[in-house]
Ligand binder design. Structure first.
Ligand code: TRP
Length: 455
């Protein structure tokens, strides 16, 4: 990739490759770790409802907008805004995206490291036969131990860097196309086991019966942030990937398909986890350890549970890897195209600097846990700032750019592939990116900052 001129840019070979690569970015820990724990903390069904509204009303148009920007500029997010809006400050959105990429990688890779630990623990058979309380202690002790989480973090970071440098992405794409259906199948099996536990029904009710009174401003902000996080939108990952999409792909249809896949995995993860939480006596609101505490409990109640656990955690690690490479790609594309570094140098520089931030992040559960910002450790702070502030701000400006700044003809060209598609939903799309999405995102912000008061 390093010495290419722009018109020879790499591109995804066909429609399936686009959908697979973007779905690979979207589907990951966001669906299986973050979605369930946030749902548990934010009132269950009420959170799910707001999340779905955000995904379908704002997420799909935003994803499409990123594709449009990336594909028409053929550049990284920063370069893309510079090219499409010369001498205007839009490029700042691209820069914020690069900054967000650093921050997301630091905490996301930390969690990816947890999946490796749990893979290892299932190898040694340590996960089985434990009560909910014991699993909780095990998780907490691991986090505080510092050395092991650090080791797993660095190993995972190394994998990510290795793949991005050596461009074995094609290999990994082929590989994930086979692996991800397995992950999906495994989650389905988990759902069945979870649903047949005595007392499972309470979990389903928790997830699917929204208690509207729980919809507070904070819940809406968390749901909006999670919808962006899960779809990988709001920071330019999909601008970068959009620049690799061929001119004859249908952008809106791809965005729709990817979104449906992403949401399905999240909802299924919820169906696997909540019935078990209630059946096995845990608390849905127990926070970022939820998945890692509840899942071993389910495996324990299955024949060959340890084998399933083993498979599950390695597949989850792979799903996380296809997401981390997409985030690292944003930084690498920026460094190679804007600072003219070689791909190798750029990747090394990115991996090293993310690792510094990541080490601090990992230690924020142990040695550095006394560093707190309004009750958040460094890990939680990075998670909060990126998902609930940077992605929504990025998303807001991306839709504003497409809705109000970028030439309507260009948008039409990209979305109809120069007239080859009919573009019937174009007016709906324009209405959303011009009005609905910007107003909704701004309102959520103002509400949660307390500027507007709900009565
Ligand atoms: N969407 C991924 C997940 O759910 C994480 C991710 C990849 C991401 N790229 C991103 C999140 C860009 C925000 C922005 O696991």
């Amino acid at each position: 990739m390093s010495n290419q001129t722009q018109n020879q840019r790499d591109s995804f070979s066909n429609k399936f490759a686009v959908v697979a690569a973007v779905a690979g970015s979207a589907i990951g820990l966001g669906n299986i770790w973050r979605f369930p724990y946030l749902t548990g903390q934010n009132g269950g069904g009420a959170f799910l409802l707001v999340y779905l509204v955000c995904v379908f009303m704002i997420g799909i148009p935003l994803m499409t907008s990123e594709f449009v920007i990336g594909r028409s500029a053929q550049l990284n997010p920063y370069g893309a805004f510079k090219k499409l809006a010369p001498r205007k400050p839009w490029f700042l959105i691209g820069l914020m995206g690069v900054a967000a990429a650093f921050m997301i990688l630091a905490f996301y890779t930390t969690v990816a490291g947890w999946t490796l630990e749990y893979f290892y623990q299932s190898l040694t058979g340590n996960l089985m036969g434990k009560t909910d309380a014991q699993l909780t202690t095990m998780f907490d002790t691991f986090l505080m131990s510092s050395f092991r989480p650090l080791l797993w973090f660095l190993i995972f970071m190394g994998f990510t860097g290795y793949i991005v440098i050596s461009g074995v992405k094609e290999g990994i794409e082929k590989f994930t196309k086979i692996m991800m259906p397995f992950l999906f199948l495994l989650i389905l099996i988990l759902c069945i086991r979870s649903l047949t536990l005595p007392g499972a029904k309470a979990g389903l009710q928790f997830l699917f019966r929204p208690d509207i009174s729980k919809i507070a401003p904070k819940v809406i902000l968390e749901a909006l942030g999670q919808s962006f996080f899960s779809l990988s939108v709001g920071m330019g990952t999909l601008i970068t990937y959009g620049s690799y999409i061929k001119k004859d792909e249908n952008l809106i249809a791809s965005a729709g398909l990817i979104t449906i896949a992403d949401v399905s995995v999240a909802v299924l993860a919820g169906v696997a986890i909540f019935p078990a939480v209630f059946a096995l006596g845990g608390s849905p609101a127990s926070g970022s350890g939820l998945t890692f505490i509840v899942l071993p409990g389910i495996f324990d109640k299955m024949p060959l549970g340890n084998v399933f656990a083993l498979m599950f955690f390695i597949l989850l690690a792979i799903a996380a890897l296809t997401s981390t490479i997409s985030v690292l790609e944003v930084i690498v594309a920026y460094l190679t195209e804007e600072l003219k570094m070689s791909r190798r140098k750029a990747t090394l520089a990115a991996v090293l600097s993310v690792s510094v931030l990541g080490i601090i992040t990992v230690l924020s559960f142990g040695t550095l846990s006394n560093i707190q910002f309004s009750n958040m450790n460094i890990f939680k702070l990075l998670e909060y700032l990126t998902s609930n502030i940077m992605l929504p701000i990025g998303g807001l400006f991306i839709v504003l750019f497409i809705g109000w700044f970028y030439s309507k003809d260009q948008v039409r060209k990209e979305l109809t592939n120069e007239g080859a598609l009919k573009g019937k939903i174009l007016p709906v799309f324009m209405f959303i990116v011009k009005f609905v999405a910007p107003v909704a995102i701004s309102m959520v912000f103002l509400y949660s900052l307390g500027v507007i008061k709900s009565t």
